[in-house]
Design a protein around this ligand. Structure first.
Ligand code: NAD
Ligand code: MG
Length: 376
């Protein structure tokens, strides 16, 4: 980048994917420099921003101002906030609006929002004119540490979540931690579940660091936010580099997700349970299930759970308001998970903190017994 000297310092995490290599820039106040940082990627000074109504109300002016300062004209496409936007209808609307905005094959589209906007925009970019490039400016903690990195894009089908999609890597990711200042605490905690996940799945010392620093991270301390996000992005980037299309090790990122997805489905993807909250319960369950199967030492589930609870995350089925279906029904939902292979259930289980592994062929009777215990 030839104008780098004019920019604030940012931490850079490379995602080494050969021809699709890109960098994630992490810092405070990067939104104000978005124009400078994006300009080198553009073939002409034109772009389109896809965002949601909440983010647009809070931060769109700042982004457009920063682009305009570099002479970049932008069309904004503002979609409704919420998971329901990851739909065929809004995909079609987004594609048509991008075409109406005059986006050409060599232009770049900006995804400016949480995981919903990132997933939808990335997928729209993947299919628009058989593929245009896109840039992620994630605005939730979940999107900053998870969904904006790794190139999974897509929408939901009436048959299930994320069933229609493509792998499409962004050209770059700009993470401005200042955007988190407007994020509701519940959303911050939900995103934090994915941060804790990286420690729990693969790095015990990172988890220990989180135990000591989560409170300052939640209080808004910039250094601890940058460190936690940087470490999370590094771990995700590393795993994605090893296994871009999830044929192996990338599945470790699903720690807490088999249980979590079943709970999200059982609660109708409603505000009863945010994705990260489902993951927090799911991770606690993965630890408890691992203990029960004798795979990891007793007491570790309690430690994982205590940390998640300390930041206000749920860890038990009883934490979910309202009724849940019974063990049989939850198991049936898990069988329909797209990660099921030939009907066999795959779980990510643990041998310890930071020692997750892929457990194939878990016996349904063991799962049922465990779920019955959880609901007792
Ligand atoms: P989201 O995009 O719905 O954002 C959550 C809420 O926060 C929304 O209401 C949004 O308007 C609001 N918001 C966003 N930024 C804000 C800000 N800075 N200040 C105030 N409010 C703000 O949800 P999410 O949790 O970011 O992402 C969830 C989605 O991500 C799911 O659809 C999930 O499937 C997907 N996901 C994808 C991947 C992947 O690898 N592609 C990984 C994990 C999750
Ligand atoms: Mg997740």
């Amino acid at each position: 980048m030839n104008n780098a000297e004019a920019l604030h310092p940012a931490t850079t995490v490379p995602v080494e994917l050969g021809a699709r290599r890109y960098e994630i820039a992490i810092g405070a106040g990067l939104l104000a420099e978005a124009g400078k940082r994006i300009k080198p990627f553009l073939k002409r000074p034109v772009t389109a921003i896809v965002t949601d109504s909440t983010v647009a109300g809070l931060h769109l002016d700042a982004l457009r101002k920063s682009l305009a300062a570099e002479g970049i004209t932008s069309r904004a496409i503002v979609l409704p906030a919420g998971e329901a936007t990851k739909s065929y209808r809004h995909l079609a609307e987004t594609c048509d609006e991008l075409l109406a905005a005059g986006i050409e094959r060599r232009d770049i589209v900006i995804a400016f929002g949480g995981g919903v906007i990132g997933d939808l925009t990335g997928f729209a970019a993947a299919i628009l004119r058989r593929g245009v490039d896109f840039i992620q400016i994630p605005t939730t903690l979940l999107a900053q540490v998870d969904s904006s990195v790794g190139g999974k894009t897509g929408i939901n089908s009436p048959h299930g979540k994320n069933l229609i999609g493509a792998f499409h890597q962004p050209r770059t990711v700009l993470i401005d931690i200042a955007l988190l200042d407007t994020l509701p605490k519940r959303e911050l905690a939900a995103g934090y579940a994915e941060v804790a996940k990286y420690g729990l799945l693969g790095d015990a010392s990172f988890f220990a660091w989180l135990e000591g620093n989560a409170q300052s991270l939640f209080a808004g301390d910039a250094q601890s936010r940058i460190k936690a996000i940087t470490k999370s992005c590094e771990m995700k980037a590393h795993i994605v580099t090893e296994d871009e299309t999830e044929t192996g090790v990338r599945a470790l990122l699903n720690l807490g997700h088999t249980f979590g997805h079943a709970l999200e489905a059982a609660t109708g993807y409603s505000s009863r349970l945010l994705h990260g909250e489902g993951v927090a319960i799911g991770m606690a369950q993965a630890f408890r299930f691992s203990e029960k199967l004798g795979l990891c030492a007793r007491g570790l589930a309690e430690r994982a759970e205590a940390h998640l609870r300390s930041v206000g995350l749920p860890t038990r089925l009883a934490d979910i308001p309202g009724d849940l279906p019974g063990p049989e029904k939850l198991l049936e939902i898990m069988r329909q998970d797209k990660k099921a292979v030939a009907g066999k259930l795959t779980f990510i289980l643990v041998r310890g903190i930071g020692e997750a592994f892929i457990a194939r062929d878990i016996k349904e009777s063991d799962v049922l017994a465990f779920l019955a215990e959880e609901q007792a």
